[in-house]
Write a protein that binds this ligand. Structure first.
Ligand SMILES: *Cc1c(COP(=O)(O)O)cnc(C)c1O
Length: 459
């Protein structure tokens, strides 16, 4: 191919029909999940009350390298996939860098993010198992929207507990979820015992993610045929998100390209884990040696300042405990933090790879993130989500290093979504009222103090 096009799409026939399970090629596996009741490694059966059977299997399966994507899932993937691989010619020119910058854009669907890739799989398997409803929580709203789209497609009733503050501030997120048929309940609510208890103490509270999770979980365990689903962190979610990396790698192969650096933003790690998966396979097998960079907010720095310890995956403390980089499941980022990526922990798979030196991590302050977002929007014409803009920031920083050294590196980053519902944050950046808050060591210590004590493993 003489000139690389601005936007490159695989054809529908070239779309991957299998997901890739990175665990099958890891030299050392993540530590096993522990059952919170017994402190012993969790079995697949232990997970059945929480996850549907096929997803419990995927969660525990460390050996199957490629997993067939069921036709019923491919059918919905084809509506918005393959997603484009874009050569950021305009950004390169603006920066005056010799680097070649590519990004994989996952915002081309109504949910506006990559979360739909796993929402579809989770809703599909729930339907296959004959479950009759799903429930989840949503903070900023992307996960709730993605799941509502998937549940509409597979005809499964969905209840979304939405943090009351977001419910009031982002009325259009709520309206989208409702348009797709999801029931949205502002949390705390009087529909659950957990919500009623919180309301009794503090009737005017704007809610929290932890509280919304507790309500969603209570709803799941007290409703026949209902399960609670989670949109990030879990091994199964990384498996589903591998579609991003598989498509990107195939497209780059056709273009005769290969990344020197792969960059992704990291909240719970699902888009990053999915994007890097096949490139990390090359690294693990000694076929190539790209660098991987996880980018997280300085206000929620799980990889760069967290502890590699056993912790709960959810604030409600019902999921098994996983060993991961964590700030403690009670950690709440400062209220001025506008950019998403608020999750306390990090995917156990990515945590292990980072711990073993296969991946790097950087943290960035939100004003630098919005500076990158604004520049990117103006030259590339896509309004990026604040989360995605963490990856943009790091990609720009790497491209500027290339400008200094004169190296023409190939950089690939994940543009996970669009930011139409984040205009309040964009506005505060433009008006100069946005500030940065970096937690002190004392702030972080409070989160570490809440880590679970597990006799013989973690005292
Ligand atoms: C949820 C979200 C993220 C972060 O989640 P990960 O699991 O870390 O990928 C990033 N970008 C967008 C647009 C999101 O909605």
């Amino acid at each position: 191919m003489s000139k690389i096009p601005y936007r490159f799409f695989l054809t529908e026939d070239q779309m991957p029909t299998q997901w890739y399970n990175l665990r099958a090629d890891m030299k050392e596996l993540p530590d096993p999940m522990l059952n919170p009741q017994t402190g012993k490694p969790a079995t697949e059966e232990d997970l059945y009350p929480v996850f549907c059977k096929e997803l419990a299997h995927q969660e525990m399966d460390n050996t199957t390298r490629y997993v067939d994507i069921p036709e019923g899932i491919l059918e919905m993937y084809r509506i918005y996939r393959p997603s484009p691989l874009i050569r950021a010619y305009n950004l390169e020119k603006e920066l005056g860098t010799p680097a070649k910058i590519y990004y994989k854009f996952e915002g081309n669907n109504t949910s506006g993010s990559h979360k739909l890739n796993s929402a579809i799989a989770q809703a599909y398997y729930a339907k296959e198992q004959g479950l009759t409803s799903l429930t989840t929580e949503t903070g900023a709203g992307q996960w709730g929207t993605a799941l509502a789209e998937a549940c509409a497609y597979y005809h499964i009733p969905l209840t979304v507990y939405m943090v009351k503050g977001s419910y009031n501030q982002k009325p259009f997120r709520k309206a989208i979820i409702q348009t797709f048929g999801g029931e949205v309940i502002p949390s705390p609510s009087n529909t659950t015992a957990a919500g009623r208890a919180i309301l009794a103490q503090n009737p005017d509270t704007t809610g929290s993610l932890g509280c919304a999770i507790s309500e969603a979980v209570e709803k799941a365990v007290t409703t026949e045929g209902c399960r609670y689903v989670l949109g990030s962190v879990l091994n199964q979610v990384l498996l589903h998100q591998s579609i991003i990396g598989l498509e990107a790698k195939k497209a780059m192969e056709i273009l005769d390209e290969y990344p020197d650096i792969v960059i992704g933003c990291a909240g719970g790690g699902s888009n990053l884990g999915g994007l890097i998966a096949p490139f990390m396979q090359d690294k693990l097998l000694g076929k190539a040696n790209p660098r991987f960079i996880a980018v997280e907010p300085a206000s929620c720095p799980s990889l760069t300042r967290g502890k590699y310890a056993y912790d709960f995956c959810d604030t409600g403390k019902i999921t098994p405990m996983a060993r991961m980089y964590t700030l403690g499941c009670g950690f709440i980022p400062s209220p001025n933090h506008a950019g998403g990526l608020r999750y306390h922990g990090m995917s156990p798979i990515l945590s292990k790879l980072y711990h073993d030196g296969y991946m790097e991590a950087v943290s960035v302050e939100q004003t630098r993130v919005f500076e990158a977002a604004t520049l990117f929007a103006r030259v590339e014409t896509i309004l990026p989500a604040p989360e995605s803009s963490h990856a943009i920031r790091a990609a720009i920083d790497e491209a500027l290093k290339c400008k200094e050294t004169g190296e023409a590196k190939t950089i690939l980053f994940g543009l996970t979504g669009t930011g139409y519902f984040d205009m309040t944050a964009y506005e505060s950046f433009r008006e100069g009222t946005m500030s940065d808050y970096i937690p002190t060591d004392e702030d972080l210590q409070r989160g570490f103090d809440g880590l679970p004590k597990i006799p013989g493993i973690q005292e």
